[in-house]
Design a protein. Structure first.
Length: 272
């Protein structure tokens, strides 16, 4: 049953310091673009009743270079990433992923902080950030910590983020090599992925998959096979032992494994 919006307790702020103080002093769920949260409200499956709207916190919105890192504010929307010359130049696989998220309305409201915090293993930006060795910046009223995305998820939709913390930014180190992204879903638009993959072709290739495990995963043994020049058939054999996709309402384990291996072949052929 739908949740009655009138029963919800909503605070909002335009200041990051205020937001962090409120999260320290009150148990509230951050709300950014609300594109994930609203689905839960609509289905009546969301247990939370108190929210903190952070959409107006503009200091979380920017895209910039700091040192040699590309720094993406947590409230950066897919539309802003698609339009950013900096992201186009430094992280084109993220632009590709952003173009394939939802439709234009979702791209205008959905944020990368929300995609990461929501923690769905089908989240389209997650393999991009995993393949790029990105670091999640978490801040509370008292401290800040940086967590590599590969250590951020502890299980299905479970993360190391504390209730008093916000994701404030994602830091992406320089990515050397040719970048590649593919999403396979039921259809091109508005479809959650059955398999999503991002890869970087370099002397030390990196490959990350979504929707093949409870969390986004890197495939280090497959990467090693590729780096060692084992050939794509050998790398595919390694991949078949390295991931164990599951059956669910969106797809079967057998189909996912087949698609995952096909995508590894395409990544290697198209980035040669
Ligand atoms: C029709 C439709 C199509 C979609 N298509 C896709 C798709 O193709 N690919 C895809 O990956 N996703 C898709 N989504 C899911 C969703 O749009 C994305 O996950 C989006 O990035 C979520 O961002 P948001 O700002 O709307 O998050 P919200 O809904 O505001 O929040 C989501 C979760 O993240 C938390 N949160 C948000 N921001 C922060 C922060 N800065 N710090 C800490 N916690 C935070 C919230 O508390 C909540 O738990 C779709 C959703 C819909 C409704």
């Amino acid at each position: 049953m739908r949740t009655a919006v009138s029963e919800l307790d909503l605070r909002s702020t335009a200041s990051l310091d205020d937001a962090l103080r409120i999260l320290r002093d009150e148990r509230r769920t951050p709300l950014a673009g609300a594109t994930d949260l609203y689905v839960g409200l609509n289905f009546g499956t969301l247990p939370q009743r108190a929210f903190l709207d952070i959409w107006a916190v503009d200091e979380l919105r920017g895209v910039a270079e700091r040192g040699d890192a590309l720094v993406l504010g947590a409230l950066a929307t897919y539309t802003s990433l698609i339009r950013s010359p900096l992201v186009q130049r430094r992280l084109p696989m993220l632009v590709e992923a952003a173009r394939q998220v939802g439709g234009v309305q979702i791209q205008n409201r959905g944020t990368i902080g929300g995609n990461i915090a929501n923690g769905s293993p089908a989240g389209d930006s997650l393999p991009v950030f995993a393949a790029a060795d990105a670091v999640i910046v978490l801040r509370s009223a008292d401290s800040e910590r940086r967590i590599p995305i590969t250590e951020y998820y502890t299980g299905y939709r479970a993360t190391v983020m504390r209730p008093d913390e916000l994701i404030v930014a994602i830091e992406v180190p320089p990515v050397e090599g040719r970048q590649w992204f593919r999403k396979v879903g039921t259809r091109a638009a508005q479809a959650i992925s059955k398999i999503v993959v991002a890869g970087v072709r370099s002397a030390k290739p990196s490959v990350a998959y979504g929707s093949v495990a409870p969390t986004v995963v890197r495939v280090p043994r497959t990467e090693e096979a590729l780096a060692a020049g084992a050939g794509i058939d050998a790398a595919v054999s390694v991949l078949e032992t390295e991931i164990k996709p599951i059956d669910d309402i969106r797809s079967t384990a057998e189909y996912r494994l087949r698609v995952a291996t096909n995508l590894l072949r395409r990544f290697w052929a198209e980035t040669a």
